[in-house]
Design a protein around this ligand. Structure first.
Ligand SMILES: O=P(O)(O)OC[C@H]1O[C@H](OP(=O)(O)OP(=O)(O)O)[C@H](O)[C@@H]1O
Ligand SMILES: [Mg+2]
Length: 179
């Protein structure tokens, strides 16, 4: 285990098992629909890669980068588009892939944007959810794990851009935040 991690909350094996289930479920949902699968960078990059390998339907992929946290553990409330999509969403069945929903601000902003661009449907799959942290009314359509109210890192999730590469989800030792 990485030295800065106090506790592993969800192991690599548990994560991979859940993604197989989500992939199978979403393959049924999107049968014959050629979805546009959108990865919300950076956090969702590992989940996106593992999820689409477990989906069996034809699809197209695109990437969007938004940021509201910066180098902090709290959302700034301002969602900035850092990289927009390359393709139009007009008339498309869009599947948004997120790593985590916390306040819900990032996704509510994104869903509004995709609707205003006339997506035919929008659906959200998130690997992790912290429902007690919600400040806006937003629910994912598919959720991997519900987490307690703690700042977590790993499997795409960062603290000040570190720890994204860990294959599990963990809690940092408190002294790491005080640096
Ligand atoms: O529900 P919210 O409170 O909006 O929080 C969730 C969002 O915050 C994180 O992204 P972040 O802005 O840190 O960018 P990153 O993915 O590049 O780390 C995470 O990946 C989600 O996109
Ligand atoms: Mg982040």
């Amino acid at each position: 285990m990485q030295n800065d991690i106090q506790e592993v909350l969800i192991s690599e094996e548990e994560i991979q098992k859940k993604i197989k289930e989500l992939g199978a479920q979403l393959s049924k949902v999107y049968e014959g629909r050629n979805p546009l699968v959108i990865c919300v960078l950076k956090g969702a990059f590992i989940f996106m890669a593992d999820l689409v390998k477990n989906m069996t339907v034809p699809m197209e992929l695109d990437f969007m980068a938004v940021s509201s946290y910066g180098a902090s553990t709290k959302s700034s409330g301002v969602v900035k588009i850092i990289k927009d999509l390359d393709v139009p969403v007009d008339g498309r069945d869009v599947l948004i892939v997120e790593d985590i929903i916390d306040s819900g601000l990032t996704l509510s902003h994104l869903i509004e944007l995709l609707k205003s661009r006339n997506a035919k449907s929008t659906c959200v799959v998130t690997l992790f959810d912290k429902p007690v942290r919600r400040t806006v009314d937003l629910e994912a359509d598919y959720t991997g794990f519900t987490l307690p109210d703690a700042f977590v890192v790993g499997y795409g999730l960062d603290y000040a851009e570190h720890y994204r590469n860990l294959p599990y989800i963990g809690i940092l030792k408190p002294e790491i935040y005080s640096h």
